[in-house]
Design a protein around this ligand. Sequence first.
Ligand SMILES: Nc1nc2c(ncn2[C@@H]2O[C@H](COP(=O)(O)OP(=O)(O)OP(=O)(O)O)[C@@H](O)[C@H]2O)c(=O)[nH]1
Ligand SMILES: [Mg+2]
Length: 424
Amino acid sequence: MADFLTDKPAQLNRALLIGVQTDDMTEGEGAELLSELKELVENLRITVTRTELINLRRPTPALLLGSGKAEELVALAKADGADVIVFDEALSPAQQRNWEELSGIAVIDRQEVILEIFADRAHTREAILQVALARMEYSLPRLTRAWTHLSRQRGKGAMGGEGETQLEQDRRIVRDRIAHLKSELANVVKQRDVQRRKRQRVPVPTCSIVGYTNAGKSTLLNTLTGAQVLAADKLFATLDPTTRQLVLRGNQKLLVTDTVGFIRRLPHGLVEAFKATLEEVIVAGFLVHVLDVTNPNVEHHHETTLSVLGELGAAEKTIVTVFNKIDAANPAMLQRARRLAPDALFVSAHPRAGLDTLESRCLELIAEAHADTELLVPHARYDVIARLYATGHVHSEEQEDGAVRLHGRFPPSQAAFFAPFVVK
Ligand SMILES: Nc1nc2c(ncn2[C@@H]2O[C@H](COP(=O)(O)OP(=O)(O)OP(=O)(O)O)[C@@H](O)[C@H]2O)c(=O)[nH]1
Ligand SMILES: [Mg+2]
């Protein structure tokens, strides 16, 4: 196998970060994204030597920035002894290549940084496959670069002459590998589906915890259920869904799933790759959206999570908004949060505070969603019976003349479908 697929990333140590502020951004947005990029890069144990925010009027196809500005930035990178330039904006494969030729060092963008962090954190088979797939898809149009995946994986040999055929070979290898990863992933997902279906047969309501990375989702799951999920002050601590049972008042059970953190400008390939993982979000009865009330960018986090949920097709779900970390918040932060989401709950996952209110809210939602009903379904409508078993819970089933009498419950989203058959 070609070495660029298996190479361990060469250690890059010192980075110059470049962010842009464009006309269509709100004031200060470029700076905010840049400081977030700094955190992401530092997560890879790379020292940030300097951050530069550029006012960008008209992006250029060759280098994104004007060539004078580009020369200036390369000189700064050299003066700092940087071995990598990181852009917050997505660079096209051509722009990336041009920058690398101009600077003679690695040039990457936010997407590649995020892919790298995910690669670092992936432990289970599914997460490893998903990240590998996203990386392959990212690298395919970029194979002529001198550097990929933060490493000096290829010399300049791939460019021109004899290299051309090498490039063709590389592309084929990557395409084959993508196809292979996809089929392997499909198998893993199928197995997880079987497990989930087993779980659904047990009439236990479900919810998923979603939110921006580092909001405290895993900590909340741990405190609520006494689980042992890795919670850490680093981005994307969680890559795989973990489901634990929470026992609420009156012995009401609720299955709670922790999920991967969301982030602005999540590489598209990753959203695609993680859709399978995030299916837990789609099938959940309701969502608990956790926000870090102390984070100065909490509004953007709120918006990002809602938009990723939209992409997943989960925008219509009932969402309980929860501001976490009130133990570390000041009154101004709380006020700002209240303005952002007036119906939200305020909690602290660790040390524990306000969680009883959250549990009560969960109980209310379960009661609403799972009110028992009686349905009378003609035998001819076997599809209705099948759907009730698939999406709801059936307590009992009695055969009558030409019809089946069922006691059970169905999710509110299915109310219109089942309404004609409800007798009580
Ligand atoms: N002060 C305070 N810190 C908290 C609270 N809840 C979580 N944290 C801290 O916030 C950091 C992130 O917590 P996690 O639970 O890993 O966050 P997460 O949302 O699961 O993060 P990802 O898995 O990366 O998406 C950790 O250092 C926690 O200790 C809280 O209520 N108060
Ligand atoms: Mg987590």
